[in-house]
Design a protein around this ligand. Structure first.
Ligand SMILES: Cc1ncc(COP(=O)(O)O)c(C=O)c1O
Length: 381
């Protein structure tokens, strides 16, 4: 069979018409249990924590989009990360990208350190520092690329090579939430595991909270699959349906997110009240060449630093009309926030602390002229 392009997979992967009714859209199997013909004789499903056909469709879909052998869905991005971390033992060391979602840092620092796991943080854009941070106990390097909120880029092939050459053979796990499988394919670049907060671009409409993971390694998949059932942080079928529906337009949305964000970054870079702009495909980005090699476009996330610091940043985020002041990202609508006081509050006082004058934008798919006019007006306040 010919291999379908991404756009075709986004619409069809894991979702053949329903065999019983012909329904073209995957039904929402809103059931907690399944009738058995005889004891242990099932149609493949016995209890909905263990399995659900709507969830299976989403799991097959993310596996296809990431070019992976296996996919799994969880109740949220954090439930996904939590499940991955449960596969390790007390005493194991996990290296973490030094610029991760505040909730990820909170889970590692406030919860899993209590269970004897060790975490240390490193700049993902500094290969020498990554090499120096690996120890005999390092079992995994967990990173985001682009990072949140500084939009640094991790060189996935180079880091993968470095980890494979290290004596403890740590896994490379990539939280690819900002990039989505449309912009970047971490497994093809050498990662062992790719994770998404599907709440963001995959769902795309800010109406469901779901997490996804894709892997090739069968024993790792089996361990995660065991934990999915044993710990039970599973998404409901309606949420799986919403993510499947969102994914059908992922390729279209990401093209517009990327075009809008590039134009917004260019506008902000020239603004006299802005001291720095972070956008992977902008000329001012020190890793622009790597970003262009690794990603199809620069994505929808833009960060900027106000010359006037925290006070000015607050005025701007409270002064927009179209950009809504809100946490989260990746929906069709534009959002604006101050990470130091919102999404990354848990990093206060840690080395991961974010400049309080930094503003993060999730640039939506509205008309770009309206978005720039909105920011322009807010920057005049
Ligand atoms: C990069 C990244 N990873 C993980 C998460 C956590 O995902 P969720 O909110 O679906 O639990 C977020 C949430 O903001 C995120 O931005």
């Amino acid at each position: 069979m010919p291999k379908d392009h991404f756009d075709t997979l986004a619409i069809h992967a894991g979702q053949p018409p329903d065999t019983k009714t012909g329904a073209v859209m995957t039904p929402i199997y809103q059931t907690a249990t399944y009738a058995q013909e005889a004891v242990g004789k099932t149609k493949g499903y016995e209890y909905a924590r263990t399995g659900n056909p709507t969830r299976s469709a989403l799991q097959d879909c993310i596996a296809a989009l990431e070019g992976a052998a296996h996919g799994l869905a969880f109740a949220s991005g954090m439930a996904t990360t939590d499940t991955v971390i449960r596969t390790f033992e007390p005493g194991d060391h996990i290296l973490v990208g030094g610029d991760v979602y505040g909730g990820t840092f909170r889970l590692f620092d406030k919860e899993y350190r209590r269970y004897g796991l060790e975490f240390s943080y490193v700049d993902v854009s500094d290969l020498a520092a990554v090499k120096a941070a690996l120890t005999a106990k390092t079992r995994m390097f967990w990173l985001e690329t682009p990072t949140n909120p500084h939009l640094k880029i991790a060189d996935i092939p180079a880091i993968s090579k470095l980890l494979k050459a290290h004596a403890s053979h740590p896994l490379l796990a990539v939280d690819s939430t900002f990039a989505t499988p449309y912009l970047q394919q971490p497994l093809a670049l050498g990662a062992d595991l790719v994770m998404h907060s599907a709440t963001k671009y995959l769902g795309g409409h800010s109406d469901a909270v779901v997490g996804l993971v894709a892997v090739n390694d069968k024993p790792l998949y089996e361990r995660l699959s065991f934990l999915q059932n044993a710990a039970g942080a599973v998404p409901g079928p309606l949420d799986c349906f919403l993510i499947l529906r969102g994914i059908k337009t992922l390729h279209l949305r990401m093209e517009r997110h990327g075009a809008n964000a590039a134009a917004v970054a260019e506008f902000l870079a020239k603004h006299p009240r802005v001291s720095a702009v972070y956008y992977p495909f902008h000329n001012s980005h020190p890793q622009q060449e790597l970003a262009r090699r690794q990603m199809r476009n620069g994505g929808g996330m833009v960060s900027l630093v106000m010359k006037g610091g925290a006070e000015e940043a607050r005025k701007v985020v409270e002064g927009t009309r179209i950009f809504a002041l809100a946490e989260s990202l990746g929906g069709v609508e534009s959002l604006i926030e101050v990470p130091a006081a919102m999404t990354h509050l848990s990093t206060a006082g840690s080395p991961l602390e974010v400049d309080p004058g930094l503003i993060r934008l999730s640039v939506g798919v509205e008309h770009v002229e309206d978005l720039i006019a909105d920011l322009d007006a807010a920057l005049r306040n």
